[in-house]
Unconditional design. Structure first.
Length: 361
């Protein structure tokens, strides 16, 4: 049982202007090496990698990924998982370096054949714009790891601040779920993967979600949700995304089965692209358009008209106010399923970990 995804034995030094190019070169070589191993030089994977590498070079942020890898490696060595959010949760480079475990070029974490070149982009990357913006790099670790991690980073790089925001704009947060999963993995010697989860795990999670978000979902929605007797991981991700999205009307259970209603940001983004809309314009609508107030949407409707979007899509845009990314929802749902899996399969170990947590509170 181990959390570590990949072992890349490199020595990193605090960057100077002269060393930045060398760091970029190291990351490029490492990523292409992993690309060949995982994707056999798939054109889709190489194209995605080149987009992200272009951002790193333009924004001069290669050292951020070195720090992130150091954070992830240290957490994994100590036996604790990490959680990524923001742009990091959909970064191919982060996956290739072992910072995140979710593969952004797969469908919901299930690896495709190495010979399959039709990988699906399951998230909107920070490279979608014609200009490359600085990505939001946020990572969550176990609270018990943080003091030792800060000490190690200070000794190695002499650049880390004792605050939630690390040097170079990396945001380091703590999450109890990382602590608890790490403790449970150590007690049981097991760490489950997505393909080990089944209906036994999914049904109690749905019940917990329905109870937790009953006020937001409404009594009718919760009742119908609890009547469904069979789920899969994909359905749970969509439900989680739907719960945390925002709309200008109440949620309805039939939305989950309506192909013209999108519960995840990436579903809507792909729908926009299907009308021949350029990446940067589709990104603009998803990033800024759905956040705009309902009465200030004329500009976006003009764009939809220009690309001859269907009336169903325009009706949808009229009610959506915010959407969650697929990879971020997967990250949270994987944690929830992992905790529930331990609760079902190792009740004594689960009780001991969570009883200690309650006593501390």
């Amino acid at each position: 049982m181990e959390f570590k995804i990949t072992a890349l034995n490199l020595e990193y030094k605090v960057p100077t202007q002269e060393s930045i190019d060398e760091i970029e070169k190291q990351i490029t070589e490492l990523c292409y090496e992993r690309i060949r191993d995982i994707y056999i030089d798939s054109p889709a994977a190489v194209f995605r990698l080149e987009l992200e590498l272009a951002v790193i070079k333009q924004r001069r942020i290669a050292f951020k990924f070195i720090l992130l890898k150091e954070i992830a490696d240290f957490s994994h060595e100590e036996g604790y998982p990490i959680m990524a959010s923001g742009d990091l949760s959909s970064s191919l480079i982060a996956f290739l370096l072992g910072i995140i475990s979710f593969n952004p070029l797969t469908v919901l974490g299930e690896k495709k054949s190495k010979k399959d070149e039709s990988f699906v982009y399951t998230d909107i990357v920070w490279t979608s714009l014609p200009y490359c913006r600085r990505p939001n790099l946020t990572i969550s670790i176990a609270q018990s790891v943080r003091p030792l991690l800060i000490q190690r980073l200070n000794e190695k790089f002499q650049l880390i601040e004792e605050s939630e925001k690390l040097s170079f704009g990396i945001y380091l947060e703590t999450d109890k779920a990382c602590d608890n999963i790490g403790k449970l993995a150590k007690l049981t010697g097991e760490l489950p993967e997505i393909n080990q989860f089944n209906n036994e795990v999914y049904l109690p999670i749905i019940k917990d979600l329905a109870e937790c978000y009953q006020e937001r979902l409404g009594e009718s929605f919760v009742k119908e949700l609890n009547c469904i007797t069979s789920y899969d991981f994909y359905t749970l991700v969509r439900i989680y995304g739907y719960i945390h999205a925002s709309f200008f009307r109440e949620r309805k259970i039939e939305d989950l089965y309506n192909p013209n209603f999108y519960t995840l940001r990436d579903e809507f983004y792909e729908a926009l692209l299907s009308y021949g809309m350029p990446n940067d314009i589709a990104y603009y609508i998803v990033k800024d358009g759905i956040w705009s107030r309902k009465e200030n949407r004329e500009e976006y409707f003009c764009i939809l008209d220009k690309y001859r979007a269907s009336q169903e899509l325009k009706d949808y845009f009229n009610v959506v106010a915010n959407l969650q990314s697929t990879s971020c929802c997967i990250s949270h749902m994987e944690v929830m399923c992992t905790v529930m899996w331990y609760k079902i399969n190792y009740p004594k170990e689960f009780a001991s970990v969570y009883q200690n947590e309650l006593e501390k509170e």
